[in-house]
Structure formats: C-alpha cells, structure tokens
Design a protein around this ligand. Structure first.
Ligand SMILES: [Zn+2]
Length: 335
C-alpha cells in the first residue's frame, strides 16, 4: 500500500462540493513538508499522559438570528479527537466555546463516550477510584478585553499540553470575524482565537483544522487564502480586509469538511500509535451525527437540523469514516 498518511490526506480532501480545498491543502502541505494527517498525529503523540488539552470548536452559523444556533461541522470531529486523546494518553480535554452553545455541544461529546464535567469535577477523576472518561466544557468570553484575561487565567490553571481547534472562527487582519459569504459574524462570538494566540506565545503547540479559510489555523497560509478563496481578498462587510483568518497554528489541517480533517488526524494517530482502539468507526459517526441532530446543530448550508454535514449526506460521512478506518487498519496490520 502507498503511504497511508498520503491516502488519509487524499480522502479528507475529496472535493465533493468543488470548493477548491486542493489549493489550501497544497499550501499547507508545502508549508509543513509532510502529510497533514501525519503532522497532526505526531503532535498528538507528543502529548504527555494525564495532561489537559484545550479544544476549540463550535461555529455560530447564524449569530444574527440567535447565538444558540451552531453548525454540525466541528463538534463531531472535536469529540473524536477528544476520545482518542483520552484513550491514548488519559487526557482531559477542555472544550471552549460560547456559553450560548455549550448545551448543544454536550450531547455530541457524550456520544463519543465521555462524561461532561466541570473543571473541578474533572480534577476529582484523578483521585483513586475516580477514573472517568471526561471532557470539560467551558464558556469563553465574547468581549476582547475579557477574553484576554480569561485566556491567561485558563492557560495558567490547566497548562494545556496542546491546543486544538476545528471549525472555530478567527478574526481577519482587520479584526473582524467573517463567514464564507464575507459577512461580519463577530456579535456573540467567543474570542477563542485570542486564546490560541496567547497559547502560541507561551510556546504551547497548536493545531487548526478548517475547510474554508476563515478558521483558526488558516493564518498559516494567509496569502493563499487571500488569492484563492471567495471574498479572500475583499469581504462584503466593508472592513477593508478579506475573510481569511489571521490566527495561525503550528499545524494546519485543510480538509473538504472540518470533521474529515479530524477523522484523518485520528486515523493517522492510530497508525502512529499502532492502536486500533483509537479509530473512529461508522457506528460512532452515526451516533455523533444523530446526537448533533437531537441537540439542534445545523446542517449549515441548508439551515436545517439534520445529520447531513456541509450538505453532504450522512451515508457519505459513514462511508468516508469507513475508508479512513480501512486505510489505518491495513497500515497497522502491516506494521
Ligand atoms: Zn470585513
């Protein structure tokens, strides 16, 4: 079999919608010099056992309607990464997002097999007999000044070994957060990008996953986003910049769908660790997407609550997870 990491990268970049993910992928690949799934996996492998890992996810898809509406691309991928890091490294993932969507995110993380706890409760899982597969969900401020202080507090408190973002908005060069249609979506937006920038200044490794160019991490290939994405050089809000993210991460995973980028990274991690327990499965994908549906997360292009993600049918997501699993199972078997 050819390099399994290359195969995973190719699968995650299957450009069903014809949005041109290949250009973003190529730029990230040139920058990192290795398959992106492998780069993310190597970063996971360096996480020390028992540490905290920060995870940013959740996209307010229609914040001008309600800040309780978020999309279903992001949280299932984040939950899959959280589960794998817990299994492989006994990590406690701490997920940051808007207070307004934590209730919708919780069932998705539970569907990955983790209990949703407070930070204080999660620390008790370290006590004898307290061993619990758990994730912490934390609201993060939507105001810049408050977010700066909250970032320092949280980083001091949990000292994360890694910061991982998937489908999480980053401001553009102008300071405005944009959606893919170039509209200002800053209202009610948790300033998680500031948290990632504070983490990077402390030398904490960072990974970003995205599919459009406006997500945390895409700052790594800002020039390519500006030249190749719709509204990349000029938004529609009049702020004077394009929609591209200004926040860079050490590792960037550009994929056709944020969830696929996460699944490829987890499959690569399973290969690197030679541990098939870490692999995502179609059965769990089905559970995650149904949990997301029950929680009211949106299939964003349509604005409907259904288990299709980025308007790609559920059955295609199940098939993609199976293909990635097959690549990893064979690679692990062949050593
Ligand atoms: Zn703008």
């Amino acid at each position: 079999m050819p390099d399994p990491y290359e195969a995973l990268d190719r699968l995650m970049c299957l450009d069903l919608a014809g949005r041109g993910i290949g250009r973003l992928y190529d730029a990230a690949r040139t920058r990192l010099g290795t398959p992106l799934s492998r780069a993310a996996a190597e970063c996971f492998s360096r996480v020390p056992p028992g540490s905290f890992v920060l995870i940013g996810t959740g996209w307010l898809t229609r914040g001008w309607v309600s800040t309780r509406l978020a999309e279903n691309d992001g949280p299932p991928g984040a939950a899959t990464v959280a589960r794998a890091l817990w299994l492989a490294r006994d990590v406690t993932p701490v997920v940051v997002a808007e207070d307004s969507i934590l209730a919708a995110l919780a069932p998705v993380f539970r569907a990955s097999g983790l209990s949703v706890l407070t930070l204080e409760e999660a620390r008790r899982t370290r006590l004898p007999g307290g061993k619990t597969a758990a994730v912490v969900l934390e609201g993060f401020p939507t105001d810049d000044a408050e977010a700066g202080r909250a970032a320092d507090r949280l980083l001091d408190d949990i000292q994360p070994a890694l910061c991982f973002a998937t489908e999480r908005a980053s401001r553009a060069r102008s300071g405005v957060y944009h959606n893919a249609r170039g509209v200002d979506i800053g209202a009610g937006q948790a300033r998680v990008d500031l948290l990632f920038e504070a983490a990077a200044l402390r030398g904490i490794p960072t990974i970003g996953v995205g599919d459009g160019g406006n997500e945390i991490g895409m700052g790594l290939i800002a020039d390519t986003v500006a030249s190749s994405v719709r509204f990349g050089d000029r938004c529609a809000c009049g702020c004077g910049s394009g929609v591209g993210a200004s926040t860079a991460t050490d590792i960037l995973v550009a994929a056709n769908c944020g969830n696929w980028g996460c699944y490829a990274a987890v499959a690569a991690f399973a290969i690197a660790e030679r541990d098939p327990r870490l692999l995502h499965t179609p059965e769990r994908e089905d559970q995650l997407l149904r949990a997301a549906t029950s929680a009211g997360l949106l299939n964003s292009p349509r604005g409907t609550v259904d288990p299709n993600v980025d308007d790609i049918p559920l059955s295609t997501h199940l098939a993609m997870v199976e293909l990635m699993r097959e690549v990893a199972v064979r690679a692990i078997a062949q050593g």
